[in-house]
Design a protein around this ligand. Sequence first.
Ligand SMILES: Cc1cc2nc3c(=O)[nH]c(=O)nc-3n(C[C@H](O)[C@H](O)[C@H](O)COP(=O)(O)OP(=O)(O)OC[C@H]3O[C@@H](n4cnc5c(N)ncnc54)[C@H](O)[C@@H]3O)c2cc1C
Length: 394
Amino acid sequence: MSMDSAHVVILGGGAAGTVAAERLGEKGFHVSIITDERYPYYSRSSLIDLIAGDVNESEIIKHGEGWYEERGIALQVGERVTGVNPFMKKVKTDAGEYEYDALLVATGASPLIPQIPGRDLRGVFALRHIEDARAILERCDAAHRVAIVGGGPLGIEVAAALTKRFGGALEISIHEREGRLMPAYMDAETAEHLREIVEEAGVKVHLNSEVVGLNGTLQVSEVVAAGGRFHADVVVFAAGIVPNVEPLSSCAMVRRGIVVDSALRVEGTGGKYRDIWAAGDVVEWEGNVYGTARAAVEQAEVAAENIAGGSVKYHGTVRSHTVRCFDTYVTSVGRISGEETLKYREEDLTVKVFLEKGVVVGGIVIGSKIVGVRVDEAVRKGLHVSAIEDILNL
Ligand SMILES: Cc1cc2nc3c(=O)[nH]c(=O)nc-3n(C[C@H](O)[C@H](O)[C@H](O)COP(=O)(O)OP(=O)(O)OC[C@H]3O[C@@H](n4cnc5c(N)ncnc54)[C@H](O)[C@@H]3O)c2cc1C
């Protein structure tokens, strides 16, 4: 694609959209980002810091208007994309129309709030945008009991952030449907260790506790879960994501997310589009919806390169989660099963490494951010077990 006149339109200005825009702007393309948010790019993980009271709203906005201008990027905030006409090469928004030569769909995902009774009551939230953090904090100021639905990385970080901000003024609980915290990322032993850390910090953990309804009149007052009914005047859902596929739902192949090939090209209903790509949480690649910033960035880089005429392939992203759980860092990376397991335990540090034919395929680290980074590297590089002691510096 010739860069001097080509117009690349990017739907969504989150991690994927912003990284792709930066790469394409550097290459000289005329880039427009359309986002329904009222703010330029901010990292969603900084919403946790905002809830904890470690930063304020203006501190989390990463790029000012000048950043976009310098890179030739036109940023359109507060505009919602309602549809795409792939034959006319046009994007429709609630404010007008845009023509594109190449289109990148990076609309991310929305929190999953199951269709349970009471989900529309006041006091029920999910955290994805600045406005959500603001609303949660406002409501928690006058609340006594917060129930978090979902004991995955996000639920635990929200619990820790609220504990930091409100201390003993709030009773905080986590309801997890499965029999352990971070079920997709911890084995039974490390999950139990994690539960101890969370409970020692004052958060009540309810396991095997699927939330099936919320009670209240206008305002939520009770969580109905498998194990009983629990008072709550704030409920925060951290129970997974749903990709925002709407702008392409009538013209692209959609399963859980928008289906892309290894070039990150969108599969249309009647074949592959030559000029539509997708990246980030909205994407389904080989059955995977990653839902992590790292995958969003890696996909955005591949998509940008290909939009610019390259032929780069995306090979998947090694799954990795680091959670700041009160004062303890918890990292889970790669496959948490394998032929063989190595375990190291010192005072406040637990490391479990999973091996396949002597190669490190996954790991869990509780108690050290830096060791978590090293294990993450070992998995991504596919290092042999013989290197592990050096890597861990034990
Ligand atoms: C609180 C929180 C903490 C997180 N912490 C971590 C972490 O520590 N590590 C990690 O790897 N991941 C983390 N994640 C996940 C990570 O933030 C996402 O994977 C990442 O944001 C995905 O980037 P994206 O660009 O695909 O989507 P998004 O960041 O969601 O950006 C998509 C943008 O598109 C906009 N949009 C959607 N639909 C439309 C439309 N129709 N028209 C116009 N605009 C639209 C959205 O409003 C949004 O601004 C966290 C997520 C949350 C919510």
